[in-house]
Design a protein. Structure first.
Length: 223
């Protein structure tokens, strides 16, 4: 399969609806555009439930493949990312159930296992180290939240999703979303809330994006 050109990926005229309709008509190579557009968001969602890097990679691939196989069922009255996230959450919960894990905070280790990549172009090793330590500190604090609060926080604060979108993704009321988000912020406020606007937290680096996208598209090409 020939890779999608960068120009095609970034073409503003190619709307999500156009892409999905063309995929359904047989241009499955265009699915790469949807994968690249949603890698960061899906990674953060799955990372909110699962810490093991290999499990995260596997679950992201499974989520994308299932979304591709069921794309004809997608009703375009919402964003593809919202539908994709719901599939990803269900896969995470199923994986945790398989492993006999329940959402008990004490069962999770708080240290981050993400390989963070720095893309600020700053050659100063000291500044890079300080920035990385700050990101790790914030990730650890977010990891310490109860999963139901952490998920809402990640979607709202890091992915800038609306209350309505989060309500749809998690299948809970908008008022419940607001309550969980407020409690998440309250838990972080004393030490870390001023750092929470850092959009690089739980970052899915460029190299990771390319690798994951290639794996998904290789699997789709055989179908």
């Amino acid at each position: 399969m020939e890779p999608i050109k960068i120009e095609e990926v970034k073409t503003p005229q190619l709307t999500e609806t156009d892409i999905i309709q063309r995929i359904l008509l047989g241009e499955k190579e265009l699915y790469e555009i949807l994968v690249r557009r949603n890698n960061q968001k899906l990674f953060r969602v799955i990372r909110s439930y699962i810490y093991d890097a290999s499990d995260i990679d596997d679950l992201m691939q499974i989520t994308y493949i299932k979304a591709y196989e069921k794309l004809f069922q997608f009703k375009q009255n919402s964003q593809f990312s919202t539908w994709l996230i719901r599939i990803g959450i269900n896969e995470c919960l199923a994986r945790l159930k398989e492993k006999g894990r329940i959402f008990n905070l004490n069962e999770y280790q708080f240290e981050s296992k993400i390989l963070l990549q720095m893309h600020d172009g700053n050659p100063n090793p000291e500044n890079r180290m300080i920035k990385q330590e700050a990101k790790l500190l914030l990730e650890n604090a977010i990891d310490s939240l109860e999963p139901k609060y952490k998920m809402v926080y990640v979607l709202k604060e890091l992915e800038n999703m609306s209350i309505k979108e989060i309500s749809c993704c998690l299948n809970i009321s908008e008022s419940n979303v607001k309550v969980r988000f407020h409690r998440a912020k309250s838990a972080l406020r004393e030490k870390l809330y001023t750092l929470s606007l850092n959009q690089e937290v739980f970052e899915f680096g460029f190299g990771n994006c390319d690798l994951l996208t290639r794996k998904v598209m290789d699997r789709i090409s055989t179908q």
